[in-house]
Design a protein around this ligand. Structure first.
Ligand code: AMP
Ligand code: ZN
Ligand code: FE
Ligand code: FE
Length: 286
């Protein structure tokens, strides 16, 4: 049984349509796939419509959140929400706010680049993205690649897009406790994504994760391509101590990342328990 609980389509910043993503997962013999686009549920319907028989789709989203690090200061954290009601007002409104915020922020980042003489057109970039697509740094990375400024998305992140860098603009993400409460109120379950992926910037510490567990967090993404073996051991132990469900997933983004589908996977018993707790939306069977 191959269970991959964290993937992106071009409904956010992946490169494949939801239907293409489903086909790619089928080709990789994935049995259970969660679609977790950033700050949108727009990919759920087209993904469901493309499901081959026997495959299961877990509708979800990756919520852009902020948290205290526990070491002084704040950091970005990503919260995976699964099987929540996509029509819940709180979810709809917060995702809409974040998508609007993302557009303004990417436009600002692109404007800073243009003002520095880089061949990026902020207006054209946003016009090329459908209104409901959450604009993200990977879209800017693609624009830099298309303009010949860099040869890969990774290079774009290293030289132009990293948080703390010259062109980076902050966005006002959802306080993570509010996001946990919002997903739970909408009948969903939550898993803290790539919590110790330190290459992206400041990270949350275990004391704060302990508080989030008390606030209703269900799981911790342990096996993720951005966690090395030592980090995975540490997170697995923390999950056990806090009675959080340890998940594994690829964070696949099509050609926008090197991660391969089902590169990391979730144990079937962990998956069953996570699904048992959810009531906002059903798992969709092809
Ligand atoms: P944003 O949501 O606009 O802040 O952009 C963050 C997105 O960029 C996340 O989906 C990350 O997975 C992705 N990302 C971060 N660093 C890299 C990298 N070096 N290469 C490719 N994607 C990255
Ligand atoms: Zn992404
Ligand atoms: Fe993430
Ligand atoms: Fe992700």
């Amino acid at each position: 049984m191959r269970i991959d609980l964290h993937t992106h389509s071009n409904a956010s910043d992946g490169t494949e349509t939801p239907a293409e993503l489903i086909a790619a997962a089928a080709a990789e013999e994935v049995d259970v796939l969660a679609l977790t686009d950033h700050d949108t549920t727009a990919g759920w319907a087209p993904a469901a419509a493309a499901l081959p028989s026997g495959m299961r789709l877990v509708p979800g989203a990756e919520f852009s959140c902020e948290s205290e690090t526990g070491r002084g200061g704040h950091c970005t954290v990503h919260l995976l929400g699964y099987l929540f009601d996509p029509a819940a007002d709180s979810v709809v409104n917060e995702q809409r706010r974040l998508r609007a915020e993302r557009r303004v922020r990417v436009h600002r980042m692109a404007s800073r680049m243009r003002d520095d003489g880089l061949p990026v057109d902020p207006d054209a970039l946003l016009e090329g993205l459908a209104d409901d697509v959450p604009a993200g740094r990977p879209h800017l990375a693609r624009a830099l690649m298309d303009a010949g400024v860099v040869t890969s998305v990774d290079e774009a992140f290293r030289f132009f897009l990293a948080s703390g860098g010259r062109y980076h603009v902050h966005k006002n993400d959802t306080p993570v406790r509010d996001a946990i409460a919002m997903v739970r109120a909408a009948g969903g379950v939550t898993v803290l994504a790539h919590a110790f992926a330190a290459s992206r910037g400041p990270i949350i510490n275990s004391a704060v994760i302990t508080e989030l567990a008390a606030a209703g967090l269900d799981g911790l993404e342990v096996d993720h391509p951005d966690h090395d073996a030592t980090t995975r051991d540490e997170l697995r132990r923390l999950a056990k101590d806090l009675d959080l469900l340890p998940t594994g997933s690829s964070d696949y983004h099509g050609d926008n990342k090197v991660n391969r589908l089902a590169q990391d996977t979730t144990d079937p018993q962990v998956f069953d328990e996570l699904m048992r707790r959810a009531s906002g939306s059903p798992v969709i069977t092809g």
